[in-house]
Design a binder for this molecule. Structure first.
Ligand SMILES: Cc1cc2nc3c(=O)[nH]c(=O)nc-3n(C[C@H](O)[C@H](O)[C@H](O)COP(=O)(O)OP(=O)(O)OC[C@H]3O[C@@H](n4cnc5c(N)ncnc54)[C@H](O)[C@@H]3O)c2cc1C
Length: 277
C-alpha cells in the first residue's frame, strides 16, 4: 500500500497475463510496475462467517483445485480460462483489475453477489462487484488503491457457467452466462458476460424466475420448471443484453446465444437441485 501511495501512477502486476500483453504490444508504457507477487497475504483465502474471503492473488488453478467444492461456479468459469499456463499465473484479482466485459471470473462473482475488498494506506473498503466494475476496462479503484480480496458466500445450491467461443480452448468469450441458485433465501443470481460494456445482471429475468418458483412452490416441491417459464427466462435474459458487433461475433448472435445459455444453465442447475433433494 505504501509503495502504491508513493507511486499512484504505478501499474500493479500479479500474473502479468494481461499486463505483459499490453507491454509487448506497446499499448502501455508504465514508468513503474509494482510486483504484487511479493505480498504473500493476497494469495491466501479463508472463511469469514458464512462467506469466503479470497485473496486477489488466488490463481484460476487454485480456484479449481482448492475452491472447486465451495465456489463451483467460479471453478467452472476458471476451467474455461486460457491454457494451463495462463490458469497457473492468471488471477481473479487480475481479472477484476482488467475489468474486461469478457472476463470469465466476473459472471460467477455477480451471480453470487460478491463484494470486492480494496485497500490503501487511507482505508479498506468493500464494494459490491456490480458497482466496482463501471465500464469496459474500468473500475472504481483510486490511484492509490489495490484490490486485496473478494468476498463471496459459500455455494448453498447448484451453480453453472457456460461460455461460447470460436474454438474449444484459449479463447475470449463471444458471450457467457453465470448462474447461482440460492435456495436458503429463495433467489436466483444470474449474470451475462461479454454481451455489453460490463457484465450484466439481468434483474427482470431473475425476478421473473423467482416469482415462478414462488407461484409453483418449486423450492419446496422440487417439480420441473414449466417449459414456458424456461423459455421466458431466456427471452428476458436476451432482452437485458447490450451487445456489439465485433470480430468475435455479431450483436444478434450474442443476444440469441445468451438467451439459449440462460435457459440451459437454469435447467442444468435446477435438475441438479432436484436430484440432490
Ligand atoms: C493467452 C491468454 C489467454 C487468456 N484467456 C483468458 C480467458 O479465457 N478468460 C479470461 O477471462 N481472461 C483470459 N486472459 C486474460 C488474463 O489471463 C486474465 O484477465 C487474468 O485474470 C489476469 O490476471 P493476472 O494476475 O495475470 O493479471 P495482471 O496481468 O497481473 O493484471 C491485470 C490488470 O489488473 C491489475 N491488477 C492486477 N492485480 C491487481 C491488484 N491486486 N490490485 C489492483 N490492480 C491489479 C493490473 O494492473 C492490470 O491492469 C488470457 C490472457 C492470455 C495472455
Amino acid at each position: 500500500m505504501e509503495v502504491k501511495q508513493a507511486h499512484p501512477g504505478a501499474t500493479p502486476i500479479f500474473g502479468g497475463t494481461d499486463v505483459m500483453v499490453d507491454l509487448n504490444f506497446g499499448r502501455e508504457r508504465p514508468e513503474t510496475i509494482v510486483d504484487l507477487t511479493r505480498v504473500p497475504e493476497i494469495r491466501e483465502w479463508d472463511r469469514e462467517d458464512e462467506h469466503l474471503r479470497v485473496g486477489a492473488g488466488v490463481t484460476y488453478t487454485r480456484a479449481i483445485t482448492e475452491l472447486g467444492g465451495l465456489l463451483p461456479g467460479l471453478a467452472m468459469a476458471s476451467r474455461t480460462v486460457g491454457s494451463p499456463q495462463i490458469r497457473n499465473r492468471g488471477t481473479i484479482g487480475g481479472n477484476l483489475g482488467s475489468a474486461s466485459p469478457a472476463g470469465d471470473a466476473l459472471p460467477p462473482l455477480y451471480a453470487s453477489r460478491a463484494t470486492i475488498e480494496v485497500a490503501s494506506t487511507r482505508n479498506t473498503r468493500r464494494v459490491p462487484v456490480r458497482e466496482f466494475i463501471t465500464g469496459p476496462k474500468q473500475n472504481t479503484l483510486a490511484p492509490d488503491e489495490l484490490i486485496t480480496a473478494f468476498i463471496m458466500p459459500e455455494a448453498e445450491g447448484p451453480q453453472q457457467y457456460a461460455k461460447i467461443g470460436t474454438r474449444n480452448a484459449m479463447v475470449i468469450a463471444v458471450c457467457s452466462f453465470g448462474l447461482a441458485l440460492h435456495p436458503q433465501d429463495r433467489t436466483v443470481g444470474a449474470c451475462i458476460g461479454s454481451a455489453g460494456p460490463t457484465p450484466i445482471q439481468p434483474r427482470d429475468a431473475e425476478h421473473f424466475i423467482e416469482s415462478v418458483f414462488e407461484e409453483h412452490d418449486l423450492w419446496g416441491s422440487h417439480c420441473e420448471i414449466p417449459a414456458s417459464a424456461l423459455e421466458r427466462f431466456g427471452e428476458l435474459v436476451a432482452d437485458a443484453t447490450r451487445p456489439i458487433d465485433d470480430v468475435r461475433g455479431s450483436a444478434d448472435y450474442r443476444r440469441h446465444a445468451v438467451g439459449v445459455l440462460a435457459r440451459r444453465t437454469l435447467a442444468w442447475a435446477w435438475n441438479e437441485y432436484r436430484r440432490a433433494s
